[in-house]
Design a protein around this ligand. Structure first.
Ligand code: FAD
Ligand code: SIN
Length: 539
C-alpha cells in the first residue's frame, strides 16, 4: 500500500497497531479531533501478537477476588523483581480499562445467568481471566480496529517499516549513553513503494512495536515479532532492561517444521488438562505443589527436564478426561487445530513442548510510559514497566498494554505545551544507506537461522556460563557480517529485522551474563541460587 510522503509531518506518531498502540491512538484522536495521528504498521493492521492471544485478560472482577490477591500473585510470579508501585497501578486501573474495551464492543464469554465466566491460569489464586473462547486477542483487536474507524483524524500507514528513531544524533550532535536530553523527533521509514528511506516527523512518538519471539527457533510469536522497537531504542542510546527474562510458554503444540508454533492456552490446564511424560506419567507434582498450574517458569523447566530425562522432543497434555462438549465450547480453535492434524483431544493426548513466548524486559519506562528518550513513549510488550519482574503472570500483558496505552495518553495531554515547543523540521535525509542491490537473500535468511539456532541452543530455558559465552562469540561474528551487509547493500525489511534480532539477541545474552544468579525465567546451572541483590540489569 503506497502513501504520499509530502505530508509526512504529524501531531502524534504511533508505531504499532496491537492493543497498546490502538489504545493510545483512539484516546488521543478523541481528545484532539483537530489534530492528526499516524499509526504505522509493518504489514496489515491486524497482524500483531495481540491477534494471537488466547487465554484472555486478567482483572479483578469477581466478588471473591481482591486487588490484594491479584497483586500478590503478580509479585510471587515476578520473583522479587516487580516494581510494587507499578503492580498496584496496573491491578487497580485494570478493570476500568477492561470496561472500556467492553464499551468499544469486545465480547467476553458469559454464563447462562449473564455473568462473565472467568478462567484460571498458572500462578493465579483466583479465577480472573476474561476471555472470548480461545481467541481473546482476535476479539480485542477486532473491537479496537472497529472503534478506531470512528476517527477520521487517524491515518494508517500499513506495510511501512520503521528503521530508526530520529534524535539529535541525526542532526550531527554527539549522543552517548550518558546524554541526558536525547530527544526523539520522529522516525526514518522504509517506503516500500519506491524502496527509499523517508522521514516522518512528530513532536510525540509512541513505540508499541511488540515482542521479539522470532529471535528463537521455536516461538508462539508471529513473524512481525522481531524486537524492532527495543533495538531502535538501544541504537539511539536509550535504556533497555531485564532482557534476560524471556518467557517460554510451556505448552506450544509440537509440530516439527511449523513456525510460529500454535499455542495450547494455559486455560486448558486451568480447566483440568494434565501434563504427562512419554510414559503417560503425570509429573508436575514432583516439581511444585501447584502442579500443572504452577507459574510458567516452573512448568517450562519441569517439561524441559522431563524431555531431557526421557530423551523426547515433547511431552503430552492430556485432556481425555475432560468434558468434550465443554472443551469444544471453551476451546473451539484448539479443538479444530488438533483435529486438523489428526488429534482428537477426547481420545488422544496433545504433544506439546515449550516455545519462546513473551519478553518480560524491554524499553525501560516509568509510570507514565515515558522512555529515557524525551518525546518518546513506549507501551505494550516492547516496554519494561516493572510489572512482570523476573516472570510475567499469565494474562497480565494485555492488561498492562491497555493501562500504559492509557497512561501514555494522559501524560501526552498533560505535557502538550512542552511538545509543541519542540517541533523541528530541518532533519536531514537518511544517509546511512548502502547503494548496491543485495546479491543473495540467502545471506540474510541463513544468518537468521543461525541466530535462532544459537539462541535456542545456548540461551534457552536452562543456561550456563559456557553456553552464554559461546553464544556471545557467535553473535559477535553474525553482528560483524550483518553490519557489513547493511553498510554496503540497500536496506530491506528482512535485513533490518535481522539486524534488530541480532541486537535483541545480544541484549538477552549480555543481561544473562550479568545476572550471576537464578531467578524467575533466568536459570543458570552455574549460579543455581538467588542472590541477595535485587537488581534490574539496565543496558
Ligand atoms: P503487538 O500486538 O505485537 O503489535 C505490534 C505492532 O507493531 C504491529 O502492528 C507491528 O506491525 C508493529 N511493528 C513492529 N515493528 C515495526 C516496525 N519496525 N515498523 C512498523 N511497525 C512495526 N497476553 C495476555 O495477556 N493474555 C493472553 O491470553 C495472551 N496470549 C498470547 C498468545 C500468543 C500466541 C502470543 C504470541 C501472545 C500472547 N499474549 C497474551 C501476549 C500478548 O498477546 C502480547 O504481549 C500483546 O498482545 C502485545 O501487544 P502490543 O500492542 O505490545 O504489540
Ligand atoms: C495462554 O493463553 O496460555 C497465554 C496467556 C498469556 O501469555 O498471558
Amino acid at each position: 500500500m503506497g502513501f504520499n510522503f509530502a505530508i509526512m509531518q504529524t501531531d502524534f506518531l504511533v508505531i504499532g497497531s496491537g492493543v497498546a498502540g490502538l489504545t493510545y491512538a483512539i484516546k488521543i484522536a478523541k481528545a484532539y479531533p483537530e489534530k492528526k495521528i499516524i499509526v504505522i504498521t509493518k504489514t496489515t493492521a491486524d497482524e500483531t501478537n495481540t491477534k494471537y492471544a488466547q487465554g484472555g485478560v486478567a482483572g479483578v472482577w469477581d466478588a471473591n477476588d481482591s486487588f490484594e490477591k491479584h497483586i500478590e500473585d503478580t509479585l510471587i510470579a515476578g520473583d522479587g523483581l516487580c516494581n510494587e508501585a507499578i503492580v498496584e497501578i496496573v491491578v487497580h486501573e485494570g478493570p476500568e480499562r477492561i470496561r472500556e474495551i467492553i464499551y468499544y464492543g469486545a465480547e467476553f464469554d458469559k454464563d447462562e445467568t449473564g455473568e462473565y465466566t472467568l478462567g484460571r491460569e498458572g500462578g493465579h489464586s483466583e479465577n480472573r481471566i476474561l476471555h472470548h473462547k480461545d481467541v481473546t486477542g482476535k476479539e480485542i483487536e477486532r473491537a479496537l480496529l472497529k472503534e478506531i474507524k470512528k476517527f477520521s483524524n487517524i491515518q494508517f500507514i500499513n506495510y511501512c517499516f520503521v528503521v530508526d528513531i530520529i534524535t539529535q544524533h541525526h542532526l550531527g550532535f554527539l549522543v552517548t549513553k550518558s546524554t541526558t536530553d536525547i530527544t526523539c523527533y520522529g522516525v526514518y521509514v522504509l517506503n516500500i513503494t519506491n524502496n527509499q528511506i523517508e522521514k516522518i516527523l512528530s513532536p510525540v512518538t509512541v513505540l508499541a512495536t511488540g515482542g521479539c519471539g522470532q529471535v528463537y527457533r521455536t516461538t508462539t510469536n508471529p513473524r512481525i515479532a522481531t524486537g524492532d522497537g527495543i533495538a531502535m531504542v538501544y541504537r539511539a542510546k536509550g535504556k533497555v532492561e531485564n532482557m534476560e527474562f524471556i518467557q517460554f510458554h510451556p505448552t506450544a503444540l509440537f509440530e516439527p517444521g511449523v513456525s510460529p508454533s500454535f499455542l495450547i492456552t494455559e486455560a486448558v490446564r486451568g480447566d483440568g488438562g494434565i501434563l504427562r511424560n512419554k510414559n503417560e506419567e503425570a509429573f508436575m507434582q514432583q516439581y511444585d505443589e501447584r502442579k500443572d498450574l504452577a507459574p510458567r517458569d516452573i512448568v517450562a523447566r519441569a517439561i524441559d527436564n522431563e524431555m531431557k530425562r526421557t530423551g523426547t522432543e515433547h511431552v503430552y497434555l492430556d485432556c481425555r478426561h475432560m468434558n468434550t462438549e465443554k472443551f469444544i465450547h471453551h476451546f473451539p480453535n484448539i479443538y479444530e487445530k488438533c483435529l486438523s492434524i489428526g488429534i482428537d483431544v477426547s481420545k488422544q493426548m496433545i504433544p506439546v513442548a515449550p516455545a519462546a513466548h513473551y519478553s518480560c524486559g524491554g524499553i525501560k519506562t516509568d509510570e507514565w510510559a515515558r522512555t529515557s528518550i524525551l518525546n518518546l513513549y513506549a507501551c505494550g510488550e516492547c516496554s519494561s514497566t516493572g510489572l512482570h519482574g523476573a516472570n510475567r503472570l499469565a494474562s497480565n500483558s494485555l492488561l498492562e498494554a491497555m493501562v500504559f496505552g492509557h497512561r501514555a495518553y494522559l501524560n501526552t495531554i498533560e505535557k502538550m505545551n512542552e511538545f509543541i515547543n519542540k517541533v523541528i523540521t530541518d532533519v536531514p535525509d537518511w544517509n546511512a544507506e548502502g547503494t548496491s542491490e543485495p546479491k543473495e537473500m540467502i545471506l540474510i535468511t541463513q544468518s537468521l537461522k543461525e541466530l535462532q539456532q544459537i539462541m535456542s541452543d545456548y540461551v534457552g530455558i536452562v543456561r550456563n556460563d559456557v553456553r552464554l559465552s559461546r553464544a556471545m562469540k557467535r553473535l559477535d561474528l553474525l553482528f560483524a557480517e550483518t553490519e557489513a551487509l547493511y553498510k554496503s547493500t540497500k536496506v530491506s525489511p528482512q535485513l533490518c529485522e535481522l539486524r534488530n534480532l541480532i541486537t535483541v539477541g545480544y541484549l538477552i545474552v549480555k543481561s544473562a551474563e550479568f545476572r550471576k544468579e537464578s531467578r524467575g525465567l533466568h536459570y543458570n546451572t552455574d549460579h543455581p541460587h538467588k542472590s541477595n541483590l535485587l537488581q534490574n540489569i539496565i543496558l
